[in-house]
Write a protein of this length. Structure first.
Length: 165
C-alpha cells in the first residue's frame, strides 16, 4: 500500500513479505505512525518517501548476514537512501521489521505487539534520519527522541522496565 501524498505527509510504501495475520498491525496504523513521527521530526516540510517491509525470520536473518555480517535474526533493520528523485521528493530509505521477533519481544517485555511494532517503526525512521546509538551520547539522544515520539503517538516510554500494562 502506498499512502496518498497529501500535504505534510510522508509517502509510505508498505510491503508484506509474510502473512498479514501474523501481526496485529494494519497498513493504516503503519502509515499513521510514520506520519506522526515525521511531523515530530519536521519532515512534513519536505516531500518524503519511506518503504516499510514486514518479513519473517528467514528474510531478516539473510539481510542481517548480508549487510551487518551477523548470523541471526533481529527486530528491525534500516537502509538509508537519502537521495532525491527527479520531482524533489526525499527517498529516505527502507525499514524492514521482523514480525515474529517483534511479537516475541513484545511478549517478553509485557507490551502489546502494536506498541512494540510502533516503537520499531520509530526506531527505524530515526536511523533513516541520521540518528544512531553506537556511543552513549548518541544513544541517549536517540532514546530521548524515541520516548518523545512514542508519547506523541499515544504509547508509553519504550525503555521503562516491563510492568503490567
Amino acid at each position: 500500500m502506498t499512502a496518498p501524498n497529501a500535504e505534510n505527509q510522508t509517502t509510505v510504501d508498505i510491503q508484506w513479505g509474510i502473512d498479514r495475520a501474523c501481526v496485529a498491525v494494519n497498513d493504516e496504523k503503519i502509515n499513521e505512525w510514520i506520519n506522526q513521527c515525521s511531523q515530530v521530526l519536521q519532515l512534513a516540510a519536505t516531500e518524503a518517501e519511506v518503504a516499510v517491509r514486514i518479513v519473517g525470520e528467514d528474510e531478516i536473518t539473510e539481510l542481517n548476514q548480508q549487510y551487518r555480517d551477523k548470523e541471526s535474526s533481529t527486530n528491525v533493520l534500516s537502509f538509508d537512501n537519502g537521495s532525491m528523485d527527479e520531482s524533489g521528493r526525499v527517498l529516505l530509505g527502507d525499514i524492514v521489521i521482523c514480525a515474529p521477533v517483534v511479537c516475541e519481544e513484545a511478549a517478553t517485555q509485557n507490551k502489546s505487539v502494536e506498541e512494540h511494532f510502533a516503537h520499531m517503526l520509530v526506531h527505524g525512521l530515526l536511523h533513516l534520519n541520521g540518528f544512531d546509538h553506537i556511543g552513549d551520547e548518541e544513544a541517549r539522544e536517540m532514546e530521548t527522541l524515541e520516548i518523545k515520539i512514542m508519547k506523541e503517538i499515544g504509547f508509553a516510554n519504550p525503555y521503562q522496565e516491563s510492568v503490567e500494562r
